[in-house]
Design a protein. Structure first.
Length: 377
């Protein structure tokens, strides 16, 4: 096995630069930003650090190799040439999943079957086995075939990095934790400003804000697939966890989550408690279009209901209008509002200083940034 490995971090489209910056802050090597992902190099220690501490990436994939494919035979031979035995023990469980795009090979089930066959052939030859038991730890193989080039990965993460472990349940329109962290990061919140989510729902945005203010690693309360892998020493995880805890801040922060729905607030309080940040966040029942501003200035970062999901579109548009009217003179507040409504600025009554295209699941949205002339990232 090489001492220096190549990793790939898939991320939401449009946020690759933020994930690249995050990896550089974590002192990872040779960070390369591409469409939909960020690549970097490092040893097995990097695998532990990034799984524990990345806020905005979706998972950490270890790249085993890349090669051109124009036929199923090339796919079989390319996979069989990979040094799988450097990573997978003879009892490894290694299912295969992936995708094909703009390539001559476009049948995902056929590609899965061929990659599996080639991996079994390689492993069987190396270990001298006619049959592989697959009774051991999970080593999820992933492939990407794009423009006639195949890349093969091991998924080191398991359940996606957005699953921090604090949100057992959500309300009717949950916001992915990684997207919430993206929004908080784009607002440049560092714990000094008053932070308010006036449509807090199940509390994801304010919880991510509290974790960012504390500089708490989001993966501390969960486990990862690679923790059961033989080539990743336990000491790598122990050292990464110890360093993450040592990097935490202490302080008191002004974070408010409000919502008109009391049942959502109950979920938010429970989630904040699971995340260990309940003492840092104040929750209250309030109508975002009527509640007085809680301070003279601060940050509003929120995810109002979308017409596609929770309300009829016209009702959502009326809500945006009422919210804009209520916040018309809130000049001391910078506002970061995500919405899928293409005419949001019209209904809100003010053009954003900047818009950033984001995806909430499969829904294309914009983050409308009202910064009072401040240059938004």
């Amino acid at each position: 096995m090489n001492d220096i490995l190549t990793y790939s971090v898939p991320c939401l489209f449009g946020l690759e630069g933020l994930v690249g910056d995050e990896l550089r802050r974590l002192e990872q090597e040779n960070v390369r930003v591409e469409n939909g992902r960020v690549l970097f190099d490092g040893g097995v220690e990097a695998l532990a650090v990034t799984n524990l501490r990345l806020r905005m990436g979706e998972r950490v994939l270890l790249r085993l190799g890349a090669f051109p494919v124009r036929s199923f035979e090339e796919l079989f031979q390319g996979v069989r040439a990979l040094p799988l035995e450097d990573y997978l023990p003879k009892d490894a469980k290694f299912p295969v999943k992936g995708h094909c795009l703009n390539s001559r090979l476009h049948s995902v089930p056929d590609c899965q079957a061929i990659i599996k066959k080639a991996a079994v052939d390689r492993m069987g030859r190396h270990y001298g086995l006619n049959w592989l038991p697959e009774t051991g730890a999970l080593y999820q193989l992933q492939f990407s075939i794009m423009k006639d080039v195949c890349e093969v990965f091991l998924d080191t993460t398991g359940a996606g990095l957005h699953k921090r472990g604090y949100r057992a349940v959500g309300n009717d329109a949950p916001l992915r934790e990684t997207l919430a962290a993206d929004m908080v990061t784009l607002s440049r919140y560092r714990g000094r400003d008053f932070f308010w989510d006036s449509f807090c729902g199940s509390g994801t945005i304010v919880i991510e804000a509290a974790l960012i203010a504390l500089n708490r690693a989001p993966g501390l309360s969960r486990s990862f697939s690679a923790q059961s892998w033989g080539f990743v020493p336990n000491s790598a995880w122990e050292q990464a966890r110890e360093a993450a805890r040592a990097a935490e801040f202490r302080g008191e922060y002004r974070i408010l989550g409000s919502d008109i729905d009391p049942s959502s607030l109950g979920i938010a309080v429970s989630n904040a408690r699971k995340a260990g940040v309940e003492r840092l966040i104040r929750f209250e029942e309030a109508d975002a279009t009527k509640r007085d501003l809680p301070a003279e200035k601060g940050l509003i970062v929120c995810n109002p209901p979308y017409g596609e999901r929770m309300m009829e579109q016209r009702s959502a548009q009326r809500l945006y209008h009422a919210l804009g009217k209520h916040l018309r003179f809130a000049d001391g507040w910078q506002k970061f509002i995500i919405s899928s409504e293409p005419e949001f600025e019209h209904y809100f009554g003010k053009q954003a200083d900047k818009k950033r295209k984001l995806y909430n699941g499969m829904i294309q949205c914009n983050l409308f940034q009202y910064t009072g002339g401040r240059n938004a990232k």
